[in-house]
Design a protein around this ligand. Sequence first.
Ligand code: FAD
Length: 286
Amino acid sequence: MFDQVEAFHRPSSIPEALRLLRSAGRGGRFVAGATDVAVQADRSIRVLIDVTQLGLNYIRRKGQGWAIGAATTMAALENSRAIQSLADGILAKAAATCGSVQNRNMATVGGNLANASPAADTVPPLLALDAVAVLAAARGRRRIPLTEFFVGPNKTVANGALITEIEVPAPPRGERTGLSFQKLGRLEPDISLVSVAAGLQIDRQGRCRWARIALGAVGPTPLRARRAESLLAGQQLNNSLLDRACDEVAREVRPITDIRASAEHRREMSRVLARRALVECVERAG
Ligand SMILES: Cc1cc2nc3c(=O)[nH]c(=O)nc-3n(C[C@H](O)[C@H](O)[C@H](O)COP(=O)(O)OP(=O)(O)OC[C@H]3O[C@@H](n4cnc5c(N)ncnc54)[C@H](O)[C@@H]3O)c2cc1C
């Protein structure tokens, strides 16, 4: 599958990785765990630049939130105590569903973002948590909110830049906050047919103070269901409001029919999974 590849580099610094990519031109490609690169077997690749030895494998505190190095594997995310306790564990849970254990030992969160599959499982939790991608390029560093990062299937604004880090702000503080991740695949470790990450903060009067609903595999990019979020924000939470919000989710998604599922099935499952996620958020919020 890599018979056209002429060189494999393993740089030990970010400037060196960027320089190697620049000098490789159109045939150059970053590679981390290679779980997407190997499957895609793109015969235009001539030079592979391994990004796993750049010191980007870490999970550490940044302000009130967390910074996750782009080369952190799914296995490291799912097994990290910090990520398990962040935001009711939604990111750890999503990482734990990214294929088999062998896949998760290799697959990185930076690769999951850069590959930009609409079904990338870490993206809905990261969108629900207002995460930001940190990019390094010859021109310098940029911080891009994930809501602006994806521009189409397998397309991002990164444009040859290296993802170095994902910043994950702390979710809103307060006792009555709950988050949830739900995934529907043929089996759980299979690629998502639909995935949903949701979060709610509820005040003492039972009103919703903060709402997030993010979905994967139901549009050209992972997406936030902003109209459904606005329906919830500031309102008294009850079953009928949750139903209306989930109806709105089903209207907001833009699924396609492919070999895995029909658009109609994905739309209906978006409603069902959003309902499950929101109910779990309410239960966790207490
Ligand atoms: C059997 C199997 C099952 C899978 N199941 C799932 C699943 O359930 N859910 C899911 O979401 N995914 C799944 N995947 C897809 C894949 O494992 C993930 O997308 C993974 O996170 C990709 O990470 P990687 O490190 O292997 O990326 P690579 O394959 O190394 O790279 C992918 C892309 O990202 C670019 N890239 C990598 N790192 C960086 C960086 N730091 N900066 C800029 N560009 C970069 C590469 O150039 C390439 O274009 C599965 C894959 C396989 C083979």
